[in-house]
Write a protein that binds this ligand. Sequence first.
Ligand code: ATP
Ligand code: MG
Length: 258
Amino acid sequence: MNMARPDPQQPLAGEPVLRLRGLSKHFTLHLRGGVALPVLSDFSLDVHAGECVALVGPSGRGKSTLMKCLYGNYALDAGEAWFASSAGAIDLAQATPQQLLALRRSEIAYVSQFLRAVPRVPALDVVAERALAARATTPALNDLDQPDPGEAAARERAAALLARLNLPRSLWQLPPATFSGGEQQRVNIARGFITPARLLLLDEPTASLDAANRRVVVQLIQEAKAAGSAIVGIFHDEEVRDAVADRKIEMEPLKEPA
Ligand SMILES: Nc1ncnc2c1ncn2[C@@H]1O[C@H](COP(=O)(O)OP(=O)(O)OP(=O)(O)O)[C@@H](O)[C@H]1O
Ligand SMILES: [Mg+2]
């Protein structure tokens, strides 16, 4: 029998999943005499469950940098990045590496244009691994209400996603290191969508895809929104952007230092 329990995908009513306030970030260019390159300044944004916000703006405005800061690849200089995790609110700007790794396993997914393939691991396992890792670390996902998919079921879900994304079956047991750009991107997308992430970061997820696969990704994004994911995306393809984005946020140019 199902016990009444709040859906772990749903944060408290009205609360954004992501609340960014006053974020700033610069890079120090060591090869150019330590000159500082400001990229983000006082950036704020709220993203709610089921909403997809598209970051727009010319090349170099800091769209990818913002995503990498939220995923914990880069440290922020200032500001707060509150994420409503299943265990409560956490400021991603202050989170420890251990906390960030735990969030990556189960609650925050990041799909970039590039796949960081692990040598010798077959594509199917690269995709399934994220589902298994989430299972192991998230008490909410181990709820008795939910059937335990186990390893075989995680592979089945991985296979279903790879089939939906038209990745030839002959590639599933091969490591993706030698795959084409579009094939690697589809492995990356399948990995990002295999567990229902509370926060999805999509950095040009359709950049190397043909029209048929772009349509599949649009469907996956719409399904994730319907399941309650909050999504921040960068979509250079306007057709894709218009199909999935609820709002566009223009990344403003920073003022030149005096
Ligand atoms: N690791 C880094 N070290 C130094 N500078 C960096 C680094 N990463 C990004 N930058 C610089 O920060 C600025 C913003 O880069 P970013 O990749 O965030 O832009 P973007 O808006 O995603 O552009 P595009 O649309 O071309 O992908 C650029 O000027 C870039 O050169
Ligand atoms: Mg970018």
